[in-house]
Structure formats: C-alpha cells, structure tokens
Design a protein around this ligand. Sequence first.
Ligand SMILES: *[C@@H]1O[C@H](CO)[C@@H](O)[C@H](O)[C@H]1NC(C)=O
Ligand SMILES: *[C@@H]1O[C@H](CO)[C@@H](O)[C@H](O)[C@H]1NC(C)=O
Ligand SMILES: *[C@@H]1O[C@H](CO)[C@@H](O)[C@H](O)[C@H]1NC(C)=O
Ligand SMILES: *[C@@H]1O[C@H](CO)[C@@H](O)[C@H](O)[C@H]1NC(C)=O
Ligand SMILES: *[C@@H]1O[C@H](CO)[C@@H](O)[C@H](O)[C@H]1NC(C)=O
Ligand SMILES: *[C@@H]1O[C@H](CO)[C@@H](O)[C@H](O)[C@H]1NC(C)=O
Length: 410
Amino acid sequence: MRLHALFLQGALSLAAAATTSSSKIPSPDANGKYWLNTTRLSLAFIPYGASITNLILADKHGKPLDIVAGYDNATAYTLDTAHPHFGSVPGRYANRIRNSSFTLFADDDSEEETITYHVTPNENPTPSHPQGVDTLHGGPDGWDYRNFSVVAYTNSSITFSIVDPDGKEGFPGEVISYITYTVSGSTWDIKMVAIATTKKTPIMLSSHTYWNLDGFELEDALGHELWMPFAGMRVAVDGILIPTGDLQNNERGGVNDFWSRPKQIGESFEKREKGLEGNCGTNCTGYDNCYLNTLRSSPSSSSSDWRQPSQMIARLSSPHSGIKLEVYSDQDAFQMYSCNQQKGDVPLKWTQGTDERRTIPKYGCMVLEVQDWIDGINHPEWGRTKKQVFAPGGDPYVLQARYVFGVVDE
Ligand SMILES: *[C@@H]1O[C@H](CO)[C@@H](O)[C@H](O)[C@H]1NC(C)=O
Ligand SMILES: *[C@@H]1O[C@H](CO)[C@@H](O)[C@H](O)[C@H]1NC(C)=O
Ligand SMILES: *[C@@H]1O[C@H](CO)[C@@H](O)[C@H](O)[C@H]1NC(C)=O
Ligand SMILES: *[C@@H]1O[C@H](CO)[C@@H](O)[C@H](O)[C@H]1NC(C)=O
Ligand SMILES: *[C@@H]1O[C@H](CO)[C@@H](O)[C@H](O)[C@H]1NC(C)=O
Ligand SMILES: *[C@@H]1O[C@H](CO)[C@@H](O)[C@H](O)[C@H]1NC(C)=O
C-alpha cells in the first residue's frame, strides 16, 4: 500500500501541475454550473465546495423535479452568510471536533510523544468562547467555503481538486484532494481521495446533499420513508451534538429504529414520541444523528463488495413523487439530518417552482452523509485511527459512494 500511495502522490502532483498550465476545460453555463446529463438524470456542480447544485429527474407522472436544495447560481453560494453547506464536501474534517482540539501520536511506533493541535472554533459561541466551543465541518473557512479547481470535465464526469495548506484552520500539514463525480444511467458515483503531503493529519470528508424527493412540492419531507438496514447503533452525543464516547443501540420500535423496517421520517413526530425531543441536541426535536454502518464494521465484509444490492446502506423514497434513492458506500457511518434548523428563510431555486411557496421549510429536507464515525479523532478507544489519520507516504484517504435513483410506479 505504501508504494501505491507513493504512485498516487506522484500522479496527484502531476495532475496539480497540469491544472496550473493551460488546459481545455469546457466553461460552465451562465450560472457558473457544470452539467452532467444522462438520459434519466441532469446533475449540476460548482467549484464552491465542489458542490452539487441541481439534480433533476422525472417523477412517476413524468414531471421533471429538482430534488436537491441549492441556489440558482454559483455566486449566490458565496453570498449566503447562513451557509447551510448545501451539496458540498465538508473538509478537511467533517462534522464536529470536541473542544476544537485533538491529539496525535508523534510516532505511531513508540506511542510515547503526543502533539495536541487546536483548530479554529466556529460553533456554539459562549461569553468566554465568542468564536465557539467546537469546530464544525473544518472550521469557519473549511473546504466548502472555498472554490475548488476543475481539473477534468467530460460528458459523464467532473473532477475537482483542492490544495489545503499547512496550518489552515489550525490543521497540521498540507492536504491535496480530488473529488470525482461520475454519472451513468440512473447512477451518481462519488469518489473522494485525499493525501497528507507534509505532516500527519486527520482527514474525514463527506457529501452534504440536502434531499427532497418531491422537489419541494409538499410542505415538508416528513412523508419520506427511510430504511437503513444496518443502522442498529448510533453515536451518543451531548446537548451540542458532541460525541460522549458511548455507542447506543437503536432500540427496535424506538425513535431511531430505521433498521427493522422502512419508516416514515414523520412517524415519531405524529406519535409525539418523547424520545424525539432532544434527539438532535438540547431543545431540538428531530434527527441529526450518526448511525453506524454495522455491516461494514463486521469482519466478514470485504472492502470491494459495497456496491452489491445486498449491501445497500439506505433507501429514501417518497410516495408523493414515487422517486426513490438507494445509497451504497464503503464508509462505516451515516449521518442523517432532518433539516430541523431550516426556518423558511432560504429560497428555492427557479427549477423548483415560482409560486409563493419559495422557501425551504423546517423539516423540508433530509441530509444523508456517508462518512466515518464522527469525532473519532477524540475517541481512540473506537479504533478509528486508520480511517481518520493520514501521514505522508502512507495510505491515501478514500471515500466512495453510489446513489441509485429510481421511480416506483404505484
Ligand atoms: C443538461 O440538462 C440541463 C437541465 O435539463 C440543461 O439545462 C442543460 O442544457 C443540459 N446540458 C447539456 C450539455 O446537455
Ligand atoms: C468563487 O466562485 C464564485 C462563483 O464563481 C465567485 O463569485 C467568487 O468570487 C469566487 N471566490 C474566490 C475566493 O475566488
Ligand atoms: C445570482 O443569485 C443571486 C442571489 O439570488 C442574485 O442576487 C444574483 O443577481 C444572481 N446573479 C446572476 C448573475 O444571475
Ligand atoms: C479545551 O481546550 C483548551 C485549550 O484550547 C484547554 O485548555 C481545555 O483544557 C480543553 N478542555 C477540555 C475539556 O478538553
Ligand atoms: C460523450 O463523449 C463521448 C466521447 O467524446 C461521445 O462518444 C459520446 O457520444 C458522448 N455522449 C453523450 C451522451 O454526449
Ligand atoms: C431550552 O429551552 C428552555 C425552555 O425554552 C430554555 O429555558 C433553555 O435555555 C433552552 N436551552 C438551550 C441550551 O437552548
């Protein structure tokens, strides 16, 4: 693997050099978007956060729906101060870092000397910590606040790259990353690769797409049905969603049971189940939880078979549009967020209707984030180091995911 990583590093440097010289990358459209179309899907991407901005397909009546949240043009992403991380790649370390700090072994072989790093906080400000007490999605200028470079663009794929400098947002060492999106038929494939070039550093990426499989035609997304057959456990968190170190069982029939059967997101809301209050932090009703992909953690699963139908980690569907989304991934965890913080102040896109209902309502969408166990760098007892800490010459960070779209005809 070491050799492989070295070759990869060479290839990445060459590619990085190529992007600075003159290249013949086709231009985006007037809105700054790069489209990838198949006979069934139209997807658009922008360099800002290597984000997906549109995903259009026909519903069960043949009507085209744009089923992701976003903005009409690339500039709008840079203007919105709320910054919901729409469709982006959070990095270099997705989700929350407790106390904005972590400790790494200086040398893995001796495990004697450690180095503690402090990264820039950007969430949960208090009078004594005006910037915040933790770091969310890589800090106030994380990857999804930056324009990636487009290094390749064909009619079926686009590759973005970013060079994240040593010390940026407090993280050690330079990281070079390539994000490739590929489309074919009804499938969207994601491959993310990142390497630490100068120092040992944590890396955890994700894809932060906001889904509404009805193209926001209804008042909320609570009628969507979710099935996560391997999500028997979740990471326990405190009132500000920082992992406590405990892992919890998702009790059969409970609020977080999406594994024993497909379940409507709104089912526990309708039943006013007590456990839903505070389930996504203090005073928060809904979901913002990291479910463990217990299938992938089991010793019998090999890394190559994650695309098998039997290994589907999630299926989201809506009876209204008939659209369903199946998620496959090589990642060991899965964050699900039910848009609890949306409050009707983010406009929909022109592709999502021009009537008066032009904002994203509370519970109006779902974010499904394939990733590793959140804040694993602060929980060495979980044994996530190999998946989250990378050093020059070692294995690269790799994330793969496949989204398969379909229409259920009822
Ligand atoms: C791709 O599809 C979008 C949306 O339907 C359309 O606006 C765009 O022109 C198409 N691009 C190409 C290259 O076909
Ligand atoms: C990033 O791209 C957007 C959209 O094209 C542009 O408005 C913005 O100025 C760019 N930001 C930087 C820092 O280059
Ligand atoms: C991009 O979108 C923003 C926000 O909706 C709008 O103010 C701006 O005029 C748009 N720019 C272009 C070039 O369409
Ligand atoms: C949080 O980090 C600060 C330094 O930034 C340190 O002084 C403090 O002990 C840490 N607190 C915890 C609970 O780890
Ligand atoms: C994509 O590009 C290839 C090679 O340039 C071409 O043969 C093919 O017809 C194109 N496909 C579409 C759907 O445009
Ligand atoms: C939670 O809500 C209660 C009642 O409205 C309020 O008193 C309390 O300050 C809130 N706590 C937090 C952490 O927001």
